[in-house]
Design a protein around this ligand. Structure first.
Ligand code: C2E
Ligand code: CA
Ligand code: CA
Length: 793
């Protein structure tokens, strides 16, 4: 497009120049013609003056030079004969002029003649053009008239006419026509233009060829350089648009500020970043500052002018508020300054980059690194960070771990969403109990960690807050209209400012939580050094237990169970014993929970089943003693598939009736996984093995479950028996358990009967059977055999 314009312009220039040159050629041709005409004029005039000054010249009489009839009577010697007889005649100026003009016509086609409005010879009469010129000479308006006329001789001629005045030499013939100096007529010269035009045409042709060459050469040049320039321009435009595009992609705008003129220039991307529509606003520092977030405006303003004052580069990240949508974005601004010789900043050049995406990504990464994804609560990293800061500041308070247990049942009943909702609600609940300097973090699927910073370090006060937190955590949850109780365990460690370290606090709360998990008494345990001691002992016990199992150190003891109506030994409970030395025995109350946690319970239960069956079989087969043997089974064993096969295999091997065996399963174990427990119990029941619910009254078994399970007997927990004689409530509980059992059509046994009073009371309340120290302590198989044999019937 641009190239075509250049072609047209070049063509115009060449053609106008050619036109001008051609015009000059023709003008020069006319100029030459004029010179030629005036030369002929001068030639004629000079000749005439010369002849006039001589009074005429003699020439031999020839055909052209005949004696002049007009001189008859005017000159004395018109014709003379030379001494040698040559005949001469006098030629006057007019005659010579005529002869000269005739020669000019003949030789050069130049017509020159003397003209007058009042000629002596009629042929010298002026034509119309000549008459107008003579008139102008008379009026003294012109001294010469030149014209190119096509009319003359039917071809282009240049006509030149100038006045002819009377001179002294003319007076001989023309005295009658006036005085010296008067206008006598004019000399009119006409020269043909054809030869001049021919030359002009030739020159014009040459010029045209030259110009044509220049034109073509120029076109080539334009085309060549034009293309190059166009290409360069295109590349420039391309690089500009690439730069513009790149600025857009990088959200990077650039600006410059001339401090002298105060002219600020922004690139397009700056308008985009600030949310200004290009053209709607001019780039000014005020317009920039207006977009800076109000909270950071003064900081940014100060930072910029300080950098100008110190002539130092400036690099700052701040927020802006976009003009169009009011969106808040993060930008990074950098600038540097150029100084004059005086050290004053002349120009500042800078960039503005929208780094919102990067900042948000960093925030997200930070969030992911420090937050629990499902609840948005702080995670363990954040917790440890806060704990470290707090402990370094010698804060007082406590650190706690809270665990939600038994969530499997909630998932079974309310689905995964139900359990997640409870965990989420728990987070909210714990947060509500916090003060501003404390942290609740979710560190596991069902585990929370708490750092509570108290204002005063009074231990009692700190304990009261921890207890309040535990109580809040234990409150039932409202889930889809149902009130749901969740087992909550809490381990708390009180910060000992000065000696505590973050890692120490974490370890202590974990130990306390562990202890809470294990403890049958309390679900909230405070860390104390004895717990650590306990941990050490537990670890030791696990190792010893392995050895004890391998070396068959364990023993089975049996405690009698008496029918209260008949006073007959109807059964026994098999209880494991672990003699470490002849004096020291480790109680099952201590090692069975450790065995359960460490996974050794399976081996232990198998051993007890094996041993109990073996002994019961020997009593029966060798001594004819028929009775029921109760074996304690842990929750883990009840849930295991192969345990049933194992149990039935061993019981069958005794060749005793299945009814000779009973398994004892605690109420709590029963409720751990009601579905699995129900299924396995049914299998055991189908075989004919009895099922007793141990420690009944301490757990949360509901009537509904009791009806579902194939139970034969309830075993009232010894805690109720202990208090019963003096405690009305205990008595009422015992009564209601007995009633419940009888309503369900199953048996009931009380354990822990330590005295006669217990026996009497239980008998009075209608209990079926009893077990306790009063009637018989757990004893070895041999002792038990003797006991049975000796028991008064
Ligand atoms: P448990 O099943 O409730 O067993 C009854 C416990 O009460 C036994 O303690 C028994 O010695 C004790 N006891 C019986 N009568 C009285 C009484 O009149 N007064 C008092 N103060 N205590 C009485 P033991 O043998 O120390 O067992 C403790 C717990 O260890 C048992 O509670 C049971 O849960 C577990 N255990 C004992 N042997 C086994 C076993 O072979 N297998 C499994 N899995 N657990 C066992
Ligand atoms: Ca038991
Ligand atoms: Ca018991």
């Amino acid at each position: 497009m641009k190239l075509r314009g250049l072609f047209i312009l070049w063509t115009l220039v060449v053609f106008v120049s050619l036109g001008l040159s051609a015009y000059r050629v023709y003008a020069d041709a006319e100029k030459t013609a004029r010179i030629e005409a005036s030369a002929h004029f001068n030639q004629v005039v000079n000749m005439r003056h010369w002849v006039a000054s001589l009074g005429g010249v003699y020439a031999p009489i020839t055909e052209q030079t005949q004696p002049n009839p007009f001189l008859v009577g005017k000159v004395a010697e018109r014709d003379i004969t030379t001494p040698l007889g040559k005949e001469l005649t006098l030629l006057n100026p007019a005659y010579v002029t005529r002869l000269l003009a005739a020669g000019l016509v003949e030789k050069y086609q130049v017509h020159a003649r003397l003209v007058s409005t009042n000629p002596v010879w009629e042929q010298n009469r002026a034509d119309a053009w000549e008459t107008r010129a003579i008139g102008a000479f008379l009026q003294k308006q012109k001294t010469e008239v030149i014209e190119i006329s096509g009319d003359f001789k039917n071809a282009d001629h240049m006509r030149y006419i100038a006045p002819l005045y009377l001179q002294q030499g003319c007076m001989g013939c023309h005295a009658a026509e006036g005085k010296v100096g008067d206008l006598r007529g004019a000399i009119s010269v006409s020269i043909p233009m054809a030869p001049h035009y021919e030359v002009a045409l030739r020159n014009a042709r040459t010029i045209t060829i030259v110009y044509g060459g220049i034109w073509i050469f120029g076109l080539g040049g334009i085309s060549f350089f034009g293309r190059k320039i166009n290409h360069a321009l295109e590349r420039l435009r391309d690089s500009e648009s690439v730069l513009k595009e790149a600025q857009g992609i990088a959200h990077l705008g650039s600006w410059s500020l001339d401090h002298k003129t105060q002219v600020l220039e922004w690139s397009d991307e700056i308008y985009n970043i600030f949310g200004y529509h290009e053209g709607h606003i001019i780039a000014t520092y005020e317009n920039f500052l207006e977009r800076v977030h109000p909270d950071e405006r003064s900081v940014v303003d100060h930072a910029y002018w300080e950098s100008v004052r110190k002539n130092e580069p400036y690099d700052i990240v701040h927020r802006i508020v976009r003009k169009d949508d009011g969106g808040v974005r993060y930008v990074r601004e950098r600038c540097k300054h150029d100084c004059g010789t005086g050290g004053d900043v002349l120009i500042s050049i800078g960039t503005v980059q929208d780094i919102t995406d990067r900042v948000l990504a960093e925030q997200k990464i930070h969030q992911l690194a420090f937050q629990d994804v499902s609840t948005g609560m702080p995670n363990e990293t954040k917790f440890l960070e806060g704990l470290g800061l707090c402990i370094n500041k010698d804060a007082v308070g406590f650190v706690a771990s809270i665990e939600l247990a038994g969530m499997g049942d909630i998932v079974g009943t309310f689905g995964l969403e139900g359990s997640e909702l409870i965990v989420y609600e728990m987070g909210i609940r714990l947060n509500r109990e916090m003060n501003a300097s404390s942290i609740v973090a979710k560190v596991g699927p069902r585990l929370f960690k708490i750092l509570y910073v108290c204002e005063d370090g009074e231990k009692e006060h700190i304990r009261a807050i921890a207890q309040r937190l535990f109580n809040a955590a234990q409150e039932p949850f409202d889930l889809m209209g149902s009130s749901v109780l969740v087992n909550v365990y809490m381990g708390t460690a009180i910060i000992d400012s000065g000696t505590s370290t973050p890692q120490m606090m974490v370890t202590q709360t974990e130990m306390a939580l562990h202890a809470a998990n294990r403890s049958p008494q309390s679900e909230h345990v405070y860390y104390q050094p004895s717990i650590q001691e306990q941990f050490r002992r537990n670890t030791q016990l696990v190792s010893w237990m392995r050895t004890a199992l391998a070396t068959q150190v364990f023993k089975m003891f049996f405690q009698p169970q008496i029918d209260l109506r008949t006073n007959v030994v109807v059964g026994c409970e098999a209880l494991i014993r672990w003699p470490v030395t002849s004096e020291e025995w480790i109680t099952p109350g201590e090692f069975i929970p450790i065995a359960e946690k460490s996974g050794l319970i399976g081996d232990i239960t198998r051993w007890t089943v094996e041993e109990s069956c073996r002994i019961a079989a020997s009593w029966f087969h060798e001594h004819g003693i028929k009775m029921r043997t109760g074996i304690n089974i842990s929750a883990e064993e009840l849930a295991s598939e192969d345990f049933f096969a194992y149990l039935s295999g061993f019981v069958k091997a005794t060749k005793l009736p299945m009814q000779s065996f009973e398994i004892e399963i605690t109420e709590t174990a029963l409720m751990k996984d009601v579905v699995v427990a129900g299924k396995n119990l049914q299998k055991i029941r189908d075989l004919g093995i009895g099922i007793a619910v141990d420690d009944f009254g301490t757990g949360q078994a509901s009537m509904a479950y009791l009806k579902q399970f194939p139970i034969d007997k309830l075993k009232i927990d010894q805690a109720f028996i202990k208090g019963a004689p003096n405690d009305k409530t205990d008595q009422e509980i015992i009564t209601s358990i007995i009633t419940l059992a009888h309503t369900l059509g199953i048996g009931v046994i009380a354990e822990g009967a330590e005295n006669k009073e217990h026996i009497d009371l239980l008998t009075a309340l209608g209990c079926d059977e009893v077990q306790g120290y009063y009637l018989g302590r757990p004893m070895s198989a041999d002792d038990f055999l003797q006991f049975v044999k000796n028991y008064p019937q």
